[in-house]
Design a protein around this ligand. Structure first.
Ligand code: NAD
Length: 245
């Protein structure tokens, strides 16, 4: 099959400075797209067709300005990848301060809502667009000490389907990808420990950790015309983790 061709298309990718978001941005750039990256951190993708904004996805005014700027400069937004996210506080919920809880919900859930809102408003007049949210295996399979993160990701799955309904009349599709264990900036600290990595790999039928490209390939499919009849769903890309008992 021919590689996907996104020439002439404009995409916004959050979390574009690292891991899954960076890989999505890089694959889109390699497929001919214009990419606007948003991240708290500095971006390092050296392409003429890449523009990076340093901002928090929780900063509504900053996201409004970035979206206006993109429309002013490029005239449209064809797709959005919401990949910016943070890990939880790693404690039992009963020992978590409400301010600590709110920080996770604010980035993973409210940030996804804020960016989607401004981008959807830019897509609606064109009656065309694709939004892909990065959820998580932890939206349905849990371990101790992850209530904040799990709740934020479960909510991203619900947000995905509910947004898809609001946007269906405008020919805009919204889906999510649920990664399993992926080696990125978020997980490097754990997976560089050989014992943790080996133990984690025993839980994955595929027998290996995922790489960011294992997720960005699925994201690109969902951003492409190949997935036109898929809407409001959560696609697991976890090497089969979620199907085991
Ligand atoms: P990462 O830490 O490598 O990348 C996340 C990026 O998001 C970073 O560049 C960070 O600066 C940015 N970011 C964080 N808060 C932000 C904010 N408020 N505003 C703007 N940018 C912000 O991690 P990753 O693993 O690539 O994570 C990407 C997404 O994938 C996250 O939503 C994460 O929850 C999800 N995910 C990751 C895994 C995994 O195993 N790595 C598994 C399931 C889901």
């Amino acid at each position: 099959m021919k590689e996907l061709d996104f020439t002439g298309k404009v995409f916004v990718v959050t979390g574009a400075a690292s891991g899954i978001g960076r890989s999505c941005a890089e694959q889109l750039l390699g497929s001919g797209a214009m990419v606007i990256g948003i991240d708290l951190a500095k971006g390092d993708l050296a392409y003429d067709t890449y523009k990076h904004y340093m901002a928090s996805i929780t900063d509504e005014e900053a996201i409004r300005k970035i979206t206006d700027d993109v429309i002013y400069n490029y005239g449209k937004i064809d797709g959005l990848v919401n990949a910016a996210g943070i890990w939880g506080n790693s404690k039992p919920f009963f020992d978590t301060e409400t301010s600590e809880w709110e920080r996770i919900i604010s980035v993973n859930l409210t940030g996804t809502y804020i960016v989607s809102k401004f981008v959807a408003n830019a897509m609606i007049p064109n009656k065309s667009g694709k939004i892909v949210n990065i959820s998580c295996l932890r939206s349905i399979i849990f371990r101790n000490n992850m209530t904040d993160y799990a709740a934020s990701k479960g909510a991203v799955v619900a947000l995905t389907s509910a947004m898809a309904l609001d946007l269906a009349p405008y020919n805009i599709r919204v889906n999510a990808v649920a990664p399993g264990f992926i080696y990125t900036g978020m997980t490097k600290g754990s997976f560089d420990n050989e014992e943790i990595r080996k133990q984690s790999e025993t839980l994955i039928p595929e027998g290996r950790l995922g790489q960011p490209e294992d997720i960005s390939k699925v994201v690109l499919f969902l951003l492409s015309d190949l997935s036109d009849y898929i809407n409001g769903t959560n696609v697991f890309a976890d090497g089969g983790y979620h199907i085991q008992k």
